[in-house]
Design a binder for this molecule. Structure first.
Ligand code: ADP
Length: 330
């Protein structure tokens, strides 16, 4: 938008009208007619006073959501007694949101990393201060230190997985033909110990001859996270069942458990980074980072798939992962 020294609008483009959400008259008119946002008006008035270019990030009210813009108000003088003011608005809403997410991630990650480190430090110090002489306390504190180190190592592992997924090009897939049933059996073996501790039975209902074309390592990571959750959040003596289904164009993997279930409210939030359902029972008993499902969601979307959850508190949860059927160019 160009404003002359009489504070009148000489011209403005369509993008300006869209950002300000007002129709801008093509005839000369006072700028206050179009710009009512207080901070922007104040910024322009300051440039009129000081005759110096200024820049500021401003929030514009908008429908349906507000917008963040970087406003640059340029003072240009063409002659001794004639000057113009150029108002440039640059929509930075998206950049701002991404930055905000990165900052939130950093805050959350540092907080989550600090908790186990503080505990390890505290218990080690107490032991060194003399508590180590009592064998029962020594044993108890060393166990806590071991658990907290384990938590720390899981966190670092998950954060590295997330950053690896982000740095990989989304389109970069390593497609192969995979025997799904055998892949599930392999994961069952890896998780056998965890399942035995809770007396959870693992049931693979995928037929031996089922083959799909997929990115095997991504698929394994998705499966591993879903299966370990299905075991961790299960009840004593419960079950985890994996089923397969396909249509002419897509295939679906269902991972069903007989566990504690997830409330309706939490179902939409469990895929967010660091979110753990606010169930103190879960938090105390089950170790975790709150990153597993965020990793799953990123991987599934990188493979152009979708993931859904159906769940009922106290009955169980089923996670469905749906992928397009792909062909190998052979
Ligand atoms: P983590 O398991 O490390 O806490 P996830 O991102 O894998 O993190 O899961 C986020 C939260 O979702 C968990 O803390 C838990 O509250 C809930 N959740 C995930 N899977 C299940 C499941 N199969 N049954 C019940 N709750 C689950």
């Amino acid at each position: 938008m160009v404003i002359d020294n009489y504070r009148k609008v000489e011209l403005a483009n369509a993008a300006m009208a869209e950002l300000l959400q007002v129709p801008i008259s093509p005839h000369r008119h006072p700028f206050a007619q179009d710009i009512q946002q207080y901070e922007l008006v104040a910024l322009i008035n300051k440039v009129f006073e000081d005759k110096e270019t200024r820049r500021q990030v401003i929030t514009l009210p908008g429908m349906p959501t507000e917008k963040k813009v970087e406003a640059t108000v340029v003072y240009t003088s063409t002659s001794e007694d004639f000057f113009q003011i150029l108002v440039l608005l640059y929509d930075i809403t998206e950049i701002f949101t991404v930055e905000q997410m990165q900052m939130d991630f950093l805050t959350n990650a540092s907080h989550e990393l600090k908790t186990p480190v503080t505990a390890i430090n505290g218990f080690a110090e107490t032991l060194l201060d003399g508590a180590k002489d009592d064998p029962a306390i020594l044993d108890q504190f060393l166990k806590i230190i071991q658990q907290e180190s384990q938590q720390l190592s899981e966190l670092v592992q998950d954060i590295l997985s997330l950053s690896r997924i982000e740095s990989q090009s989304v389109t970069q897939h390593d497609l192969t033909r995979v025997h799904l049933g055998a892949m599930i059996d392999d994961q069952f073996k890896v998780l056998q110990q965890l399942a035995e501790m809770k007396h959870v039975t693992l049931i693979n209902q995928v037929a031996d001859d089922v083959q799909v074309v997929t990115d095997q390592s991504k698929c394994i990571e998705v499966l591993k996270n879903l299966l370990s959750n299905a075991i961790k959040y299960n009840r004593e003596g419960g079950q985890v069942t994996v089923r397969f289904e396909q249509t002419a164009t897509s295939w679906t993997l269902h991972v069903a458990d007989t566990g504690i279930g997830i409330s309706q409210d939490d179902q939409s939030r469990i895929f967010q980074r660091f979110y753990r359902a606010d169930n103190s029972r879960t938090k105390q008993v089950v170790s975790g980072t709150g990153l597993g499902l965020a990793i799953v969601a990123e991987l599934v979307s990188a493979m152009k798939g979708t993931i859904n959850v159906q769940s009922q508190r106290g009955v169980g949860s089923t996670f469905d992962v749906i992928f397009q059927r792909l062909q190998l160019d052979e």
